[in-house]
Design a protein around this ligand. Sequence first.
Ligand code: ATP
Ligand code: MG
Length: 440
Amino acid sequence: MRLSRFFVPILKENPKEAEIVSHRLMLRAGMIRQQSQGIYSWLPLGKKVLDKVNNIIREEQNRAGAIELSMPTLQSAELWQESGRYDAYGKEMLRIKDRQDRPMLYGPTNEEMVTDIFRSSVKSYKDLPLNLYHIQLKFRDEIRPRFGTMRSREFMMKDAYSFDLTREGAEHSYNKMFAAYLRTFDRLGLRAIPMRADTGPIGGNLSHEFIILADTGESEVFCHKDFVNFDIPAESTDFDSVEGLKGVFDKWTSLYAATSEMHDEAAFKAIPEGERLSARGIEVGHIFYFGTKYSEPMGAKVQGPDGKEHFVHMGSYGIGPTRLVPAIIEASHDENGIIWPESVAPFDVVVINMKAGDEACDGTCELIYAALTKAGKDVLYDDTDDRAGTKFATADLIGVPYQIIAGPRAVANGEVEVKNRKTGARETMTIEAAINRFVA
Ligand code: ATP
Ligand code: MG
């Protein structure tokens, strides 16, 4: 992508409305724009990052055996009357009427709808276990939307829903998502700690929130320090192994970890003082097992091996991609801007032409841009006629992991500079070596 033809509305000034660094940087880097309170457009640079985050989530959901579908944002109130949540949900639910005066709502979550899909076609235990997920917009009319897309009213959620014949089966489904979540957040460059959590309006009795430690987090959390160094389940994890996944769950729940709602001061104090971690955190994922809470009132049952009908045991599993993007920035930035982990960076590398219009610089940059693009790299080429200082500032701000800098003096020697955004290390090398550095 040539920067001259891209759309990145960079802000020079610090936006006053932004209270935390991720919100500030997302606005300054031209990633998002607020359209009305708590409702955002994702501009091209932001959209590229969001897509990469969603793809990692999707890959790990699929690896764990979940199946993707897409449910609508608008739902009929009838389904919610069946479960009893239409009245219970309160003001966070945006209620609307269509032209026939039928009550509708903008979905804050999808337990009812997915249960309806399930009951309409699954009739036998032989079709279980089943886990269906989608990545879709939600709306919750939050009392205090703030921090940009960290807490917005319209936001994206990956929500998965599992169906099992028995409680034991449902626990295995829960453990699959538990392990998938550990892998997902790790691939996003984050250390998320699962903590015992309250179930809120979703209901149920087994629940974990996945929390990233960050000073700007809205939750107060308490845990054992050792979680910071625990191993993440490998890519080769066998998601069909009940014992194996139980092992992962047991290990990751073997030490104390709880949010303030579930905090037990005595249990926390039992940890030696030097090993206690009391911090603030950002909730990026939340998983629930709630048994037959929805299947009973909505009549979602299957025939078991005993020939009898059984209400299915369900769980639901959420991740917030539009919250994850700012959470990644909270965890990875410096005074010059964002430092993207390679897995979600909007571009793999940016080629900076320090003297656009100069024949040698243009030629070198075009050559590198073409070679890397051909090799399948996602390359941003700063071909604008801005001053070199502005170009460096932009490249640092938008946080692309590597910069290839082509200035007249180096280019005259057949060389360019390669800068690592994270470490700041710069290395001069031949043009060929620079290309090979990313292609090889
Ligand atoms: P919170 O406690 O932060 O209000 P929640 O517990 O109501 O969130 P869940 O119902 O557990 O949220 O939703 C699953 C995930 O969706 C959350 O872990 C979070 O990542 C994301 N999420 C929830 N609400 C928002 C929001 N207002 N803005 C952005 N992401 C959100
Ligand atoms: Mg939650």
